[in-house]
Design a protein around this ligand. Structure first.
Ligand code: TEU
Ligand code: CA
Length: 533
């Protein structure tokens, strides 16, 4: 895996939420043919690999993260042939496909669970966790208890997420084998990697009373990806680990587990007290958290995943910077700060347009089970409807799941039908068509940023050295490789005089059109990338 780790740093990964990317048959729901139709758009942006959120058979209680058949495609997204064609078209463009593997739980419509709940002596009986009484008070991430009584079986089963998402019992070797076979099924179809959903929940720590990080976690992950058949894969874990030693146990080359994992601290601590409650916007927190992780990953020689957005959070831009007057400057500042660090960059659909959060006053404009359950729990807890709406508007996952705005036209050119969820509040203003016509194009800036990263090996493979101090309200760091060096400057909210390294040379990138020799102060959210002499 040693070899692969370095190569992956040359990649730019783009996360596609297929339900909201592009609809090709007018039913208002994005589909696989819609992704295929936009591959040239992604190639033009500089994308090397696509992470596709779940597209498998699912009753969509949790929008595909409740899978009823891991080897077949969700009816709304198209056919198996559409999936094979998408994979072929991706490879034709020398790009890669990363599928979303959901190993911790299935849908309650999955055949395994349908069988398992029939009786204790059913062949699939122990594919899930069944108890006569709840053995602990674990909570579901979507509110309420994690234990559900099931009439047919006469016992309680565990569901870390929705009631309709029963957790698989990985302590049953048959379950491990089933998941190995599913991975191999998609590898045989040419899939280049997997994003692994809440993979650190697949081993439960009942003794330690924790619904994750169980005693067999590393054994099970190694069982999946420590095999010759999977050695070439890019695997990225959605994990909760915040301890560098634990992260190393997951990602160090000789462990034969994961290539890398998501570290969420900068998302969790920037512009919010918790998921539902804001705090003043500032970028220093994210700078410091990412700087610390850069150093730790570099010292331990492991791969750091560089990202700020995904389908489980409101847009980072919305809670960390200016989404009005300086939206272009803010969006381009955040991407420069994060994507030019040492690691593998991962951008979420819409981020390349500077998309922002939405605001709606009716629950009808929301779809996400997590937000709707939270709304009702808040109301039951005495929160006023207006306050509850404020919270799900601020933290809700629907913010990043609203359809991709390709044009300023009806429904943003996403569909000729009625979108499955209300469009983003500002889609008429923020969309690709309007962006490309603007002299401050967020898309064009990202294209230039990724082209620079591809052209300058030092930005892919070089070391990271921070020059900013904790008190500074800007980021300043060096990327260095074999005597070559590039300096990255990202100013934050206030106009600031920044003392740059003497050896700074030509400007390689700017979001304010700064020219060589311009020593003036840096304006709010101004960035500049310099080649060092
Ligand atoms: O997310 C797991 C997870 O961490 C989120 O549920 C997170 O806890 C929540 O959004 C925080 O508010 C993964 C998928 O990314 C998510 O979409 C699924 O809903 C979840 O697992 C269950 O599969
Ligand atoms: Ca469709």
């Amino acid at each position: 895996m040693e070899e692969n780790f370095r190569n992956f740093r040359n990649w730019l990964i783009y996360q596609v939420y297929p339900r909201s990317f592009f609809d090709t048959n007018g039913d208002g729901i994005g589909d696989l043919n819609g992704v295929t139709a936009k591959l040239d758009y992604l190639k033009d942006l500089g994308v090397d690999a696509i992470w596709l959120c779940p597209c498998f058979k699912s009753p969509n209680v949790d929008n595909g993260y409740d899978i009823a058949d891991y080897r077949d495609i969700m009816d709304e997204f198209g056919t198996f042939e559409d999936a094979k064609r998408l994979i072929a078209e991706i490879k034709k463009r020398d790009m890669k496909i990363i599928m979303d593997l959901v190993p911790n739980h299935t849908s309650d419509q999955h055949e395994w669970f349908v069988e398992s709940r029939k009786s204790k002596d059913n062949p699939y009986s122990d594919y899930y966790y069944w108890f006569d009484q709840p053995p602990n008070d674990w909570k579901s991430s979507f509110c309420g208890s994690a234990w559900q009584y099931d009439e047919p079986r006469g016992q309680y089963y565990l569901h870390s997420y929705a009631v309709q998402q029963p957790d698989l019992n990985w302590d049953n070797p048959k379950v491990v084998k089933e998941m190995q076979d599913i991975v191999d099924f998609w590898v045989d179809l040419g899939v280049d990697g997997f994003r692994c959903d809440v993979i650190d929940r697949i081993s439960k720590d009942f003794e330690g009373n924790r619904n994750l990080f169980g005693p067999n976690l590393h054994k099970y992950i190694n069982a999946l990806f420590g095999r010759e058949k999977t050695a070439h894969l890019f695997t990225i874990g959605e994990c909760h680990a915040t301890d560098i030693d634990e992260i190393c146990r997951h990602t160090q080359a000789d462990r034969n587990e994961l290539t890398t994992l998501f570290q969420f601290n900068h998302l969790r601590q920037t512009g919010r007290i918790d998921k539902w409650n804001p705090k003043p916007k500032e970028l220093r927190t994210a700078r410091d958290i990412l700087t610390d992780w850069q150093i730790l990953h570099q010292e331990r020689d492991i791969l750091h995943t560089l990202f700020t957005d995904n389908h489980d959070n409101n847009f980072f831009l919305e809670r960390a910077a200016d989404v009005r007057e300086l939206r272009y400057e803010s969006a381009t500042c955040i991407s420069t700060l994060v994507f030019l660090m040492n690691g593998v960059p991962l951008i979420y659909q819409g981020q390349e347009l500077g998309c922002c959060g939405s605001h709606y006053d009716s629950l009808d404009d929301f779809n996400d089970i997590e937000s709707i359950n939270m709304y009702h729990e808040l109301i039951e807890g005495g929160t006023t409807p207006d306050e509850a709406m404020e919270k799900i508007n601020f933290g809700g996952r629907d913010n990043t799941r609203r359809p991709m705005p390709w044009t300023a036209g009806e429904n943003g050119g996403f569909t000729t039908g009625k979108p499955w969820i209300t469009m983003a509040s500002r889609y008429k203003e923020i969309n690709l068509e309007t962006d490309l016509a603007s002299d401050k194009s967020v898309f064009k800036f990202h294209k230039a940023l990724f082209a620079l990263r591809k052209a300058e090996e030092v930005l892919c493979q070089g070391t990271f050295t921070p020059l900013h101090k904790a008190k500074d309200n800007f980021a300043l760091y060096l990327r260095e490789l074999d005597g070559r060096s590039i300096c990255v400057v990202c100013n934050f909210e206030e106009t600031t005089k920044i003392d740059l390294p003497e050896a700074k040379g030509e400007i390689l990138l700017s979001n304010y059109g700064r020219r060589d020799g311009d020593e003036s102060e840096f304006r709010p959210y101004e960035i500049a990338v310099y080649r060092m002499k």
